[in-house]
Design a protein around this ligand. Structure first.
Ligand code: SF4
Ligand code: FE
Length: 501
């Protein structure tokens, strides 16, 4: 089924009890909780997108697994065009939310596990693939809201998992019916607004770390799971019940998920002890997720560009050459992120015969590396254009105080086409999107911290070949065997990719 947004919210409202904590207190209903409701609304946008005229063609896809139309957020990419549609869809939904809508991690997890289990099947181990396809059908048929979980808490970074078992999610017991796992996953986007969690290992594992090479999925209401929601800048505004200061009133959240001896039935286990494959799974997943950032972050970039442009208009400076230059810079930065995500999609890699399409790992990593830098630049330009008011504007509660209102209206008025309330609304939108966790902190650390992309880029790029070209042109070497492809790197070398995944 293609669920509607309403159906999703109702399902979340009526699910069995899940142990979720916000600021030390247990949450009864995430759909009504002021701290989490904005996240539910952002997540909901991924369902609404499949029923809205402007986005339904992007948001729907045909599944050959169940022979039905499905929400693209549960779709297995079947072509480079499918991958590009993902990036476009994410840009689009950012326009509808002004926030991270949190559903992509679970989607990327589906695709990563699909490809990995497929590769394992090709090497003779079929059971994971068979189980996974059954699970996928269930997810597609029910349009399940998934969170994806990769990052472990990791403790002391120089110690391997087996040297500090508590710091990595691990298998503690295997029975014929299933496995027991304990540990925690950190920074899990949208976890409180999801119905199930898809868990993957966090890094390449050695043989000694076999117990940590585990992938599975589990409903959030499973016994032994606890979720502690993290704080964000300006999150207190969600509790104010205002209508301006917290704009856009949709947002994301991240949480720490604790697994206290949780039982996972065997049909939901997609990797168990296959330490050689954990690096491959991590690498495949991270490239998918890094590609996606070209879409969602450029979508937020559009929101910020639009807000900066409007604020310039509100004070009559939009035609000033230096403002136009800054807006132009913002567009350039934004389209770089997007273009790179599109390149990662259209120059995709086919990893198995009947079409497992993986993104181009070089471009996906370049996309994410740009995303670690450009949103900060875009926010800086927008701050410059907006003026100091972005850090000093009075609250909506001042505007609503009859004693203060006339003064605020008099002294913060710009061009007469706009009211002071318009100005405050736009300032708050810009502040809350431009300085959000989703646009800044997540841009640095989501889908792997900047160093992870540098490592991946270095691994894929062929410096030796580039040097050969230079040696040839400088005539240190008299001849060269040119490669067939223009890029000095090879994009299909999965073994190489996995070796330090
Ligand atoms: Fe999706 Fe972007 Fe949020 Fe990741 S950061 S879940 S890709 S919207
Ligand atoms: Fe993310």
């Amino acid at each position: 089924v293609l669920r509607t947004g309403e159906e999703y919210v109702n399902a979340i409202r009526h699910r069995n009890k899940v142990e979720i904590y916000v600021m030390g207190k247990e949450v009864k209903d995430v759909t009504e909780h002021p701290f989490l409701k904005p996240s539910v609304l952002a997540f909901k946008a991924t369902y609404d997108a499949a029923h809205e005229e402007d986005s339904e063609s992007l948001a729907r896809a045909w599944s050959s697994f169940i022979n039905e139309e499905v929400n693209r957020f549960t779709h297995i990419h079947r072509s480079p065009e499918d991958l590009a549609a993902k990036v476009k869809l994410l840009r689009k939904i950012s326009h509808k939310t002004g926030a991270c809508f949190q559903r992509c991690v679970g989607w990327d997890a589906l695709n990563a596990i699909y490809v990995t289990s497929r590769l394992m099947a090709e090497r003779g181990k079929k059971e994971y693939y068979e189980r996974f396809v059954e699970y996928l059908k269930y997810v597609q048929k029910n349009d399940v809201a998934l969170a994806g979980a990769m990052t472990d808490v990791k403790g002391i970074r120089t110690l391997r998992p087996h040297e500090q078992p508590h710091a990595y999610l691990r298998v503690t017991q295997v029975t014929k019916d299933g496995i027991y796992v304990s540990g925690a996953k950190a920074n899990i986007t949208g976890i409180g607004a999801a119905e199930e969690i898809v868990v993957m290992p966090t890094r390449a594992m050695s043989e000694k770390d076999m117990d940590f090479a585990v992938a599975f999925s589990i409903p959030l209401d499973t016994e032994g799971i606890k979720v502690i929601i993290g704080r964000q800048v300006n999150d207190g505004r969600r509790l104010e019940e205002g209508e301006i200061d917290g704009l856009p009133y949709r947002t994301n959240h991240e949480g720490l998920v604790i697994f206290d001896n949780v039982f996972v039935p065997m049909e939901r286990v997609f990797m168990l002890g296959d330490w050689q494959m954990s690096g491959i799974l991590v690498e495949i997943f991270s490239s998918y997720h890094r590609q996606g950032y070209g879409g969602c972050k450029s979508g937020l970039g559009d929101v910020i560009i639009g807000a900066a442009y409007n604020l310039a208009k509100q004070i009559g400076v939009e035609k000033a050459p230096h403002i136009q230059n800054k807006l132009n810079e913002m567009v350039l930065l934004n389209e770089n992120m997007y273009g790179s995500g599109i390149a990662a999609s259209l120059d995709a890699v086919k990893l198995c015969e009947d079409g497992c399409w993986w993104v181009n790992p070089m471009f996906a990593n370049v996309t994410k590396q740009l995303v670690t830098r450009f949103p900060y630049e875009i926010t800086k330009f927008s701050t410059d254009i907006a003026g100091g008011i972005i850090g000093t504007a009075p609250s909506e509660w001042d505007l609503k105080n009859p004693k203060l209102k006339p003064y605020i209206e008099k002294y913060l008025q710009g061009m007469m086409d706009y009211s002071t309330e318009d100005r405050l609304r736009m300032v708050r939108l810009l502040e809350n999107v431009g300085f959000s966790v989703a646009f800044l902190i997540e841009s640095v650390h989501g889908a792997g911290s900047p160093e992870a992309q540098r490592i991946a880029i270095n691994r894929v790029y062929d410096y030796e070949y580039a040097e050969k070209i230079a040696k040839y042109l400088s005539q240190i070497e008299k001849r060269i065997d040119f490669k067939e492809n223009a890029e000095p790197w090879r994009k299909t070398d999965t073994e190489k990719i996995a070796s330090s995944g």
